[in-house]
Design a protein around this ligand. Structure first.
Ligand code: SF4
Length: 397
């Protein structure tokens, strides 16, 4: 597996590469906080969806204007571990038949600890999946129940052990802070349990109470106060959890490289880095987004409509990005990474200096201690990361 070479990456060495994302919108049961495009579906509906996905892969590959090498594949959801071995094999074989997938491509798959078996994991490894992302969220049984997750902490530990036994040497664990009832102690416990399992990567997200979810009715704006419900940690505690995470994971060899992502050196998620660096990608499946030749489009988010005309109807776009759109994205996506953005690359990409476009915004945030400019790069400070939404908003025209 290649290591991460940001400079090479940024110099456009990967210009003729593309990432592929496949969305699998099925779950055993909907978690109470989840607003992803996902939900329960029977075996027949799942097969219908897989058939549609295969059709979309073939059609989109046929419509590509020029051949590009695929350096990353990411199968997310939903719960891709609900795919049968046969369905996963068909999907991966179709991808290989339609696209030039690099030999050492990063091939990631998400899984739910409540749904994996050693046999299934071995089969995924045999099919070429070389990075597994396990949705752990918490090692506290009560917190998992609060979230409506289908698995126990023991099953999460077991999933990691099974994945190792199946030959996975690149594992991500997803963890969540800000869970109702979570305390600094229970968060430290979850982090401690996670590092004991020696993952190569940890994604630590803060819970966001999204509209339309059961959590929104329980905790969202205007929700009736119910003293029987565990409370969401206040903002100060949540920030303290995030700061502790950075220090704790760094002490265990997992360096923060993006607002919510930590990895051992060389084990950063190349697929996600592709998003932050505006590397082109094609998305397949309901609700999957694509960025190709400076055009953005998102497949229809309705699973039934998607199955009737896979990849032909859009929820958003196709939208041709203007130069201003691209500059905005360059800044607010690039600043998510701890390395920040390269001033030289901005100038090479747009033919003008970043200072001539964003000088006043950068200077204002430098004065506030939210941005730092050094060695030809601009990056967020720790406080800037805390207030990233506020900082990023200023880069919009
Ligand atoms: S398993 Fe993941 S995608 Fe499925 S409902 Fe839960 S949070 Fe959402």
């Amino acid at each position: 597996m290649r290591g991460l070479e940001l400079t090479e990456y940024e110099k456009g060495q990967y210009r003729d590469r593309i990432g592929l994302y496949l969305h699998i919108p099925f779950c055993v049961r909907k978690c109470l906080y989840c607003d992803f495009l996902s939900g329960p579906a029977g075996a027949e509906a799942r097969q219908r969806y897989v058939d549609a996905l295969l059709l979309e892969i073939r059609e989109k590959a046929g419509r590509m204007k020029r051949r590009r090498t695929v350096d990353t594949v990411y199968i997310g959801g939903g719960t891709p571990s609900l795919l049968t071995e046969g369905q996963a094999a068909e999907i991966l074989e179709t991808l290989r038949g339609c696209f030039a997938i690099q030999k050492d491509a990063e091939v990631s798959m998400e899984c739910n600890p409540g749904t994996v078996t050693e046999r299934w994991l071995r089969e995924m490894r045999r099919l070429g999946v070389n990075r597994l992302s396990i949705g752990v969220q918490s090692f506290d049984a009560k917190e998992l129940r609060t979230l409506g997750r289908i698995h126990s902490p023991e099953e999460a530990v077991c999933a990691v052990e099974l994945a190792r036994a199946a030959g996975f040497d690149n594992l991500n664990l997803d963890l969540m802070s800000g869970i109702p009832g979570q305390t600094m102690e229970s968060w430290k416990y979850s982090l401690g349990m996670a590092v004991r399992l020696k993952p190569e990567h940890i994604s630590a997200y803060s819970l966001i109470v999204e509209e339309g979810t059961p959590f929104y009715r329980m905790y969202g704006e205007g929700a009736a106060q119910d003293s029987s419900l565990p409370g969401i940690p206040d903002e100060e505690t949540e920030r303290a959890m995030v700061h502790f995470t950075g220090r704790f994971l760094a002490a265990h060899g997992l360096r923060q490289y993006e607002i919510s992502n930590y990895a051992r050196t060389g084990r950063e998620c190349l697929h996600n880095i592709g998003y932050w660096k505006r590397h082109p990608y094609l998305g397949f499946g309901a609700g999957a987004a694509s960025l190709l030749d400076d055009e953005r489009f998102t497949n229809i988010r309705d699973v039934d409509r998607y199955c009737r005309a896979p990849g032909r109807e859009y929820s958003e776009g196709p939208e041709r990005l203007t130069r201003e759109d691209r500059m905005e994205e360059f800044m607010f996506l690039g600043l998510r990474m701890t390395e920040g953005i390269s001033e030289e690359l901005f100038a090479q990409t747009f033919g003008v200096s970043v200072q001539s476009v964003y000088g006043a915004v950068i200077a204002a945030h430098e004065r506030e201690g939210l941005l730092v400019r050094e060695s030809g790069r601009i990056r967020l400070t720790e406080r800037g990361m805390d207030l990233s939404n506020y900082v990023m908003a200023d880069f919009l025209f």
